[in-house]
Design a protein around this ligand. Structure first.
Ligand code: CA
Length: 695
């Protein structure tokens, strides 16, 4: 193991010799000052700066030179789940996270792994993860690296060695809490939230002392049951927006699983909160109510953890419309007035521009296909809903869906073009009211029938890169993609925007006009956002490439259409880079002739229902996997013979396939197998018929 220390005299000599000055003001230690005004070659926090613009002032790689961009080096990662992290860069070292909350430090010049850390998350915990065993990145502060783990720990590592300095359990592991988001450090405190609102938890986020790990405060995003103590005064007001008949057994939801931003001048921390548990408001809070603080943007005073203001993006959410999507802070001129604004493009499909001093809504317009609401009323700040969209009486098909018009995939903003580069996706959703028949289970608890969706045809879904003008509230340009679930974006002063696609092509566009200037075959679907840094006078672009995340796991026809599978790598590019990725062989096609399934229609139907409830979220809707986890239609015979040992006895628990003995009987596990075999036979018959037709 090789440990890199600090910038050497050699670095400075080399910099002088090559004509590049060393980065003046580049901090040796990441502290409050560094995070407020970091050197232009650095990337010290998830969204680069506290404002989370994901804009880099570097311009060595630019509109003219980008044609010469090539792979500098890559790291093959021992990883078979989605990669969602944005690497951080400080003082010659990249710090990033992999699936199962593992962390690596990599020499930013050579790609040598300096250290790696595995928190040894119990793989059975993967069953509590709604959306793949992913992690979106780490935080840096005073010689430490912070990571939140899937099982709810917050761990401080020594940045030089990767050894743990302190560990705090931030969640109750008897409940289905998970952490996938990147921590942020503000005023010497590590801010961390959690996820789990699909399964049923009560949301909150907390501040921990960065040095000692001691908890400073915790903010609950929804009230507790009335019989429980009230932790802080904001919850008294929030409780008035919940029905007296609320079912608190699933915790209410409102998890803060991704977005945070900080304004040091206003001294306000902005946090986005998620959907309710369960999704369906009629079941969650019978009779209605806004259900604060679900799907809201909260402005928090970081010293005390008290609320300054809030804006609820989707009142009384019933659709998994989280407000956890990226929060970006910009000062911009609107109506001849310089405004301090906050921007968000949440799942619900409206682009919000909000005064970040007061929380006043300035504007909100649709950025894609939106059929659940007509518009946002600027006077009340509330959506004007389309009748029927709450699916109380009849099932309702609408846009967007639980996948969101925009999900966690980071957007970027360029102060040079005043445009937001937004990974847009168009995916319909079908919601139906489970009403009184809903029974909570240790699985997705939506009460909206959403787990029954078995098809997502490729014709019905698409994606786009939108260059969104937040003042005019319209697209300045757009690039359409045939698939949804494309990667996050990066904007640079070289008039460039970078984005990887679901089909695995990493691209660069001109930021002002959207002209494609460069493309690279990443060999795997890309979901993460790229970042850039400068090391020894050279600008690099880094990308975590590895197909996965909730849409890829949920699979279906639309994800099969991407042709992507998981090949996990850290890819790093520079001008005149000459490295090559090895060409991988195609996985063998499954061509066996299945036996017709000898089972009753009832068993197949029950198996299909159980599959939808317990299996689809990882192995794909309709038993069509999306290129990450095994497609059960094509399981080898040995797997089918060992079915009960795997499904109920935990034989594959160390691989992330937990035991379902607490939820499924032996007979039910068999019914699922019957359904899966039936699906294989159906598809084979269909393929044979197609061959006949074309002959
Ligand atoms: Ca959700």
């Amino acid at each position: 193991m090789r440990i890199k220390t600090t910038t050497s005299a050699f670095t400075i000599l080399l910099s002088l010799a090559t004509g590049f000055l060393p980065v003046f003001g580049s901090p040796a230690v990441v502290d409050d000052k560094a995070l407020r005004a970091q050197g232009d070659g650095e990337w010290l926090s998830y969204g680069r700066t506290y404002a989370e613009q994901r804009f880099s002032p570097l311009e060595q790689i630019n509109e003219q030179s980008v044609a010469k961009l090539g792979l500098a080096w890559f790291v093959d990662l021992d990883n078979n789940r989605g990669l969602e992290a944005t690497p951080l860069y400080h003082d010659g070292v990249l710090y990033t996270s992999l699936s199962w909350s593992r962390v690596i430090a990599v020499d930013a010049g050579s790609g040598a792994i300096l250290w790696s850390f595995d928190p040894q998350v119990d793989k059975a915990k993967g069953r509590d993860a709604c959306c793949d065993a992913v992690n979106r990145g780490v935080a840096l502060w005073q010689g430490k690296v912070y990571v939140g783990t899937l099982d709810g720990r917050l761990i401080a590592l020594d940045a030089r060695t990767g050894q743990p300095v302190w560990t705090q359990q931030t969640t109750d592991n008897s409940k289905p809490y998970t952490i996938t988001g990147a921590p942020r450090v503000v005023k010497g405190m590590v801010m961390i939230g959690n996820g789990g609102a699909e399964m049923g938890v009560r949301g909150y986020f907390s501040a921990y002392d960065a040095e000692t790990g001691e908890m400073r405060w915790r903010f609950y995003t929804v009230p507790a049951a009335p019989s429980q103590p009230v932790e802080h005064p904001e919850l008294l007001e929030a409780a008035k927006t919940w029905s007296k008949d609320t079912d608190w057994s699933l915790g209410g939801g409102g998890t803060a699983w991704d977005s945070m931003a900080y304004d040091p001048e206003l001294d306000l921390l902005y946090v986005g909160t998620g959907n309710g548990s369960p999704w369906n408001r009629e079941v969650r809070s019978p009779g209605g109510g806004d259900n604060l603080f679900l799907s809201s943007i909260l402005a928090i005073k970081p010293d005390t953890g008290r609320l300054a203001w809030y804006y609820q993006v989707t009142p009384g959410d019933s659709w998994d419309f989280t407000a956890t999507q990226q929060i970006t802070l910009v000062d911009m001129e609107i109506d001849n007035q310089l405004r301090k604004v906050l921007m968000q493009a949440p799942k619900n499909g409206f682009f919000y521009v909000i005064d970040r001093v007061t929380g006043e809504l300035i504007s909100a317009e649709k950025f894609g296909k939106v059929t659940w609401a007509e518009r946002i009323d600027l006077k009340t700040g509330r959506p004007v809903e389309v009748p029927g969209s709450r699916y109380e009486e009849e099932p309702f098909v609408m846009w967007p869906s639980p996948f969101g018009a925009h999900n966690w995939h980071p957007m970027s903003y360029s102060p040079l073009t005043n445009l937001v580069y937004l990974p847009y996706q168009e995916v319909p959703g079908l919601y139906s009211n489970e009403g009184k028949s809903f029974v909570p289970k240790r699985a997705f608890n939506t009460a909206a029938g959403a787990s029954e969706v078995t098809e997502l045809p490729r014709e019905m879904t698409s994606g786009a890169l939108l260059a969104w003008d937040p003042v005019k509230q319209q697209a300045a340009w757009r690039v359409d993609y045939p698939h949804h679930w494309n990667g996050g974006t990066l904007a640079t002063a070289g008039n460039l925007v970078f984005q990887g696609t679901a089909a695995g092509i990493f691209k660069a566009y001109s930021a002002d006009a959207g002209k494609e200037l460069w493309a690279f075959d990443a060999g795997t679907g890309v979901i993460a956002a790229p970042m850039t840094y400068r090391y020894e006078g050279q600008q690099y672009i880094a990308l975590m490439a590895g197909w996965g995340g909730v849409a890829a796991l949920f699979g279906g026809d639309a994800m099969v259409a991407t042709g992507s599978r998981n090949v996990s790598r850290l890819l790093v590019f520079k001008l005149d880079g000459k490295a090559k990725l090895p060409v991988l062989s195609e996985p063998p096609k499954q061509l066996r002739t299945p036996e017709p399934v000898v089972a009753s229609a009832r068993d197949i139907q029950l198996g299909g229902r159980l599959y939808a409830d317990y299996c689809a979220v990882c192995h794909g809707a309709g038993a069509i996997a999306g290129g990450v986890l095994p497609d059960l239609r094509h399981s080898p015979e040995a797997i089918r013979l060992a079915w009960d040992a795997i499904v109920r006895q935990g034989a594959f628990a160390p691989k992330g396939m937990a035991s379902f003995a607490d939820s499924l009987s032996e007979e039910q596990a068999k019914q699922i197998l019957t359904y899966v075999q039936h699906r294989e036979y159906q598809d084979w018959m269909q393929a044979m018929n197609l061959i006949k037709e074309t002959e």
